[in-house]
Design a protein around this ligand. Structure first.
Ligand SMILES: [Zn+2]
Length: 334
């Protein structure tokens, strides 16, 4: 089968790999759509150190079941599915299922599973990780469950009371955050984003959009927002997120790009601001979000920036990495 191998910084090549067959408890999928995530691009450049030479990437995907392994109940060939991409490690039983994404030894399909990734024609995944798609949901829309569930998990760290929320960054996660916040219904959303196109996209969800400027935010919320979410991953945006909240406010730390940053310690302690880390999502978040996608709760078409084949993907990565192309979600159709 055709697959893309990551060979090291700025190297991605089309290779022929043996077609996998499903093990016990697994199904084999024909990958129909796999999103290019910002984390794939930062891994591709070597910037984040979160991808390994020799691996196949691709962790946001949906496909059709083409084969079923032993001991799989309730799934059959021809079903259209989305996939929860975290596979628990051997020590997972020591962790609550709510925290499975943080358990040591867990693996993320297409992130640290070697040659098992969805920038390939086929992939075998645990049947326990599947959710069925409604017939009217396209595979490209279905793969958006991943950034939407990351966003939902992050927002679940906040109280369910009515509150103002500053989203710092209007990239894919920022856009998904404003969509999920709208469905959850208790947030008055402000999106801080320097790029005008991304601001216009976020404005469609009813969010107030601002040019990443805290003075501008203060015109609406003189005391600061009740909560903020850092959705970029840099020192600058984390500091903005801390300064965006009122005394006692919550800051969700989500971006996950910079390894280490310097932050204004006294502004956090003196104003009792709460920094809350959020990472990935659990199986329950996944099922909730796929349910909402199936029910048509989201308007998502405008997040899809285009499609490409496996052959075209290396060029797309280079364009995204260099900034020549600005996109919310490019979808690879292997
Ligand atoms: Zn992702």
């Amino acid at each position: 089968m055709k697959a893309l191998i990551y060979g090291g910084p700025h190297q991605l090549s089309l290779t022929d790999l043996p077609e996998p067959s499903p093990g016990e408890g697994e199904v084999k999928l024909r990958v129909k759509a796999c999103g290019i995530c910002g984390s794939d691009v930062h891994g591709y450049t070597g910037e984040s150190g979160r991808r390994t030479a020799g691996q196949v990437m691709g962790h946001e995907f949906a496909g059709e079941i083409v084969d079923v392994g032993a001991d799989v109940d309730g799934w059959k060939k021809g079903q259209r599915v989305a996939v929860y991409n975290i596979v628990p490690g051997p020590d997972a039983h020591k962790f609550s299922p709510e925290m499975i994404q943080c358990s040591p030894g867990k693996r993320v399909l297409g992130v640290n599973t070697g040659k098992v990734g969805a920038f390939a024609e086929y992939i075998c995944v645990p049947a326990a990780n599947l959710a069925e798609l409604s017939d009217d949901i396209s595979y490209s829309i279905a793969l958006l469950n991943e950034p939407l569930a990351v966003s939902y998990h992050a927002l679940r760290h906040l109280p369910s009371t009515r509150q103002s929320l500053a989203i710092v960054g209007g990239g894919t996660i920022g856009q998904c955050l404003s969509r999920v916040a709208k469905v959850m219904g208790n947030f008055e959303v402000y999106v801080l984003e320097p790029n005008a196109e991304k601001r216009a996209l976020a404005a469609k969800t009813g969010a107030t959009v601002l040019e990443s400027n805290l003075d501008e935010l203060a015109k609406y919320l003189p005391e600061g927002a009740d909560s903020s979410i850092e959705a970029v991953g840099t020192e600058e945006s984390l500091i903005t997120s801390i300064r965006a909240v009122r005394p006692g406010g919550n800051v969700i730390v989500l971006g996950n790009l910079a390894k280490q940053v310097t932050i204004p310690y006294q502004e956090i302690s003196s104003y009792e601001k709460k920094l809350i880390g959020s990472y990935g999502f659990n199986g329950k978040d996944f099922q909730t979000i796929v349910g909402w996608i199936n029910e048509g709760k989201f308007q998502l078409d405008d997040l899809l920036s285009g499609t490409c084949t496996l052959e075209e993907t290396p060029k797309v990565f280079e364009d995204l990495a260099s900034g020549r192309r600005q996109a919310v979600k490019v979808v690879v159709e292997p």
